[in-house]
Design a protein around this ligand. Structure first.
Ligand code: DAH
Length: 359
């Protein structure tokens, strides 16, 4: 084989083996075999010196061409491999934009919270603002300033949980803790906080959590919600209270709901009333749900007692007020015919997920 033939066959073989190189390292091995110090082409080029002088220029040119051709083949192969590699990666990482999404579980409001939101919206329409107070209260705000002195028998209405620093109360007895800190038994103390903080006219609702030392049963929880309402103004009356509560009852339970006021007793209102709606279960005939009376009590209310007004910083000769306190837990039970208040805090998803419409 002449040197020229050998050069041509190196070029052809180089192309063939490069085409079969699977990755960049394989190409580098071939580069070394062809162009390295003892590579086939390098060794061949060294032999050019022994060629007759007349043939040398032509052969030299051919040798350079083959060298450039092999180098180009190597670069081309590397470029092709890089490209294929990228394609493969892109294919592996491809996202199918048309694939349907995985469902994300979405929660919803607890039915009592749904009712409390409804109440906020209804009262908002009547010009009431939301005003909140602390869950840990003082005896003074929860009772005394609301016209409930320390040994007044009406305290029996509010079985109280006392908060005591460990070791700070002799024997840890309720009697010893009585002057101290308690968990609020109702949202009424927020009335006093609002009166002391705001100027008349006051129109607020105070949603919040309350606590009582109750024997827990189907209709009593030791933890529950209340929504308190308070209006203080120069010219307001029991008629305003009655009109407002009737409209609220219609907004909550429908236009046809029947309502009534009946006398009640609370130390912080005078006069005091209970507000009833016609039984939602039997429509008034009498059934177990309404204890055969045809009526269900949804809240207590009344005109703010002069002592309470004065404690709040308002002169009863100039200002009047009305107040009401409702139990959203009980109202939710009436709304959905739920028979046991304990379900609300049971954390049983089978129970709460029945009320997903409140989302
Ligand atoms: N605080 C009372 C309770 O927990 C409810 C109540 C009654 C609130 C009459 C009032 C009211 O504001 O006027 O039983």
């Amino acid at each position: 084989m002449t040197l020229a033939d050998e050069l041509a066959s190196i070029d052809a073989e180089a192309r063939a083996s490069l085409a079969g190189a699977a990755d960049a390292p394989a190409v580098e091995v071939l580069r070394h075999e062809l162009l390295g110090r003892s590579g086939r082409l390098t060794v061949l080029l060294r032999r050019l010196g022994s060629v007759p002088a007349a043939e040398r220029p032509a052969l030299g040119r051919l040798a350079n061409e083959v060298r450039r051709s092999v180098e180009t083949s190597i670069d081309d192969r590397l470029e092709t491999l890089r490209h294929d590699d990228l394609e493969a990666r892109l294919a592996a990482e491809a996202i199918d934009m048309s694939a349907p999404g995985r469902p994300v579980p979405v929660g919803h409001l607890h039915p009592v919270q749904t009712l409390m939101r409804d109440l906020r919206e209804i009262f908002h329409a009547y010009g009431f603002e939301v005003y909140e107070g602390p869950e840990v209260e003082t005896d003074e705000y929860n009772f005394e300033l609301l016209n409930i002195p320390p040994d007044h028998p009406s305290r029996d209405l509010w079985d109280t949980l006392f908060v005591a620093e460990p070791g700070s109360v002799e024997g840890g007895t309720p009697e010893a803790a009585r002057d101290g800190t308690i968990l609020r038994t109702h949202t009424s103390p927020v009335q006093m906080r609002a009166m002391r903080a705001l100027d008349a006219p006051i129109r607020i609702v105070t949603p919040g959590r309350c606590f009582r030392y109750e024997a827990v049963d189907a209709s009593h929880g030791f933890e529950f919600f209340q929504v308190e309402g308070l209006v203080v103004d120069r010219d307001t009356s029991l008629a305003d209270l009655k009109g407002l509560l009737e409209e609220v009852a219609r907004a909550l339970y429908g236009r046809d709901v029947r309502t009534r006021f009946r006398p009640g007793y609370y130390p912080f209102t005078e006069p005091s009333v209970a507000f009833d709606i016609g039984c939602l279960v039997c429509g008034g005939e009498g059934c177990p749900a309404c204890k055969r009376t045809g009526w269900m009590t949804i809240l207590g209310a009344g005109m703010v007692h002069p002592v309470v007004l004065r404690n709040g910083g308002f002169d009863p000769a100039e200002f009047q007020g009305y107040a009401f306190g409702m139990g959203p837990d009980r109202m939710t039970m009436l709304r959905h015919a739920i028979g046991d208040i304990r379900l609300f805090f049971s954390a049983d998803l089978r129970f709460v997920s029945q009320f997903a419409e409140g989302r």
